[in-house]
Design a protein around this ligand. Structure first.
Ligand code: GTR
Length: 348
């Protein structure tokens, strides 16, 4: 384990959650829009025969009164049919899955398996919120930034997707089948970065699941062997706020590193999933970030990240602390194996 690097990292120890978040928002992701004045849902269809009738699938439109105009986007809700027996107190834990597609199920989303395991899922497709490019005139961006222009510290696309995840959370809190204290937000890759931000900002999330989120997600920027701040900001400046560009190839000058993002979720749970051949996301940097954030948790009197004092090997899964981690064999992908670990961690 690279303990020299760990010693050199800035530590959030003296900072409270609000200060950590302010730092991350002003320097990296940008400040998100205010929460909406109101959120309502229109049920557009209901399939009671979903997964052979074992589950219910509802397609909804979520309407948000942002204060700057109204914005709507599609969301899907699915839960095991037996969760409707509410008088027996059978509410179920729920995954809020930020997806790359609107397909249900999908190769990266084994819906039936998740439902069979007793979980509800709320699902939305990120590009239904706003496009994944530098155009800030469409979707939520178009409502929040009427002329398509942002200030230096106003959020980029990751912040807008994370804002949408919190609106789905607003809705989740109105669903009687769901256990409102057991909702985990899940995302892969750029949407893993989004899930981490949403989970750090919104204390209603019980747990955040980051899958292969890499640079500007779970992975430390300092000492990375994968994607750098310079590279990501060159290719995807619109994911972040303008200030982040100042740290391109100057990671050592950052007053924070990505373990601050994990620490901002304390005392709640964060789970980081890495893949052994995902060199661009850099599993080692994701692991070290958990180690560093674990120290912050421990200073709060929590377990933090419970792990052996060595680099992880394929097949390792550390789920004892408030920070969980696994290293799966293979490449950049959200697999059934990853979901299996997420479900196991949520059950704890
Ligand atoms: C890559 C990007 C990564 C990761 C990935 C993805 O091109 O460099 O940071 O987010 O895209 O989201 O698929």
């Amino acid at each position: 384990m690279n303990s020299e690097l760990l010693k050199k990292l800035p530590m959030p120890d003296e900072l409270g959650r609000t200060e950590i978040l302010n730092l991350l928002l002003s320097e990296e992701y940008g400040f998100l829009p205010e929460p909406p004045v109101g959120v309502t849902a229109d049920v557009e269809s209901e399939d009671r025969g979903f997964c052979a009738g074992k589950a219910v699938l509802k397609k909804l439109k979520l309407n948000c009164d942002t204060g700057k105009g109204s914005f709507s986007f599609p969301v899907s809700l699915m839960y095991p049919a037996e969760a409707e027996a509410r008088e027996e107190g059978k509410t179920v834990p729920c995954f809020l899955y930020i997806s790359f597609t609107d397909r249900i199920p999908d190769l990266s989303f084994p819906a039936e398996e998740i439902l069979d395991n007793g979980f509800a899922v709320l699902h939305f497709c990120y590009q239904d919120v706003t496009s994944d490019d530098g155009d800030f005139t469409n979707g939520l961006a178009g409502v929040i930034y009427p002329d398509g222009k942002r200030e230096k510290t106003q959020c980029g696309k990751i912040g807008l997707w994370a804002w949408a995840a919190s609106r789905v959370m607003d809705f989740a809190c109105m669903v009687p089948e769901i256990d409102h204290n057991r909702i985990g937000v899940v995302g892969h890759s750029r949407l893993g970065k989004t899930a981490l931000l949403a989970g750090a900002l919104d204390e209603r999330f019980y747990c955040t699941f980051s899958n292969d989120s890499g640079c500007s997600g779970a992975a430390l920027a300092r000492g990375t062997k994968g994607e750098t701040v310079g590279k990501i900001y060159q290719n995807f400046p619109y994911w972040f706020c303008e200030n982040y560009g100042r740290y391109a190839e100057k990671e050592d000058s950052m007053p924070f590193d990505q373990h601050f993002l994990l620490a901002a979720a304390a005392p709640r749970r964060v789970y980081v999933a890495s893949a052994s051949q995902d060199c661009w996301a850099d599993p080692e940097s994701e692991y070290l970030s958990c180690v560093a954030a674990g120290n912050y948790y421990r200073k709060m009197g929590l377990k933090g990240f419970v792990h052996p004092d060595r680099d992880p090997v394929v097949g390792d899964c550390f789920g004892e602390g408030e920070i969980g981690y696994h290293l799966r064999a293979g490449t950049h992908y959200l697999s059934r194996e990853d979901w299996g670990h997420f479900m196991e961690y949520m059950r704890k």
